[in-house]
Design a protein around this ligand. Structure first.
Ligand SMILES: [Zn+2]
Length: 87
């Protein structure tokens, strides 16, 4: 009895690529530092993240003397600072 030689018929896709789309999985949007730069260039220390994080500026109060802005951590939303915009 002789074993018949078998052809390997499994397709050879590049590792890490999906056979359907042929593209690597999409990156998470939070891993693109360029988006943060356009929002706010300043980094403020966040007590929750324990690191200086990009901030989002939010208008908190409109006062006769100026606008009070609050800075929120982009990662967790913790308030990391505030400023008054004197007019
Ligand atoms: Zn944070």
């Amino acid at each position: 009895m002789s074993a018949l030689p078998r052809k390997l018929t499994s397709p050879t896709w590049p590792t890490g690529l999906s056979p359907r789309t042929g593209r690597p999985p999409r990156q998470d949007a939070s891993e693109q530092p360029d988006q943060f730069r356009s929002l706010n260039a300043s980094l403020l220390y966040c007590p929750s993240c324990r690191v200086a994080t990009p901030t989002r500026e939010r208008l908190l109060l409109v006062l006769p003397t100026g606008n009070l802005y609050e800075y929120l951590c982009l990662h967790c939303g913790t308030s990391t600072g505030s400023k008054t915009d004197n007019r």
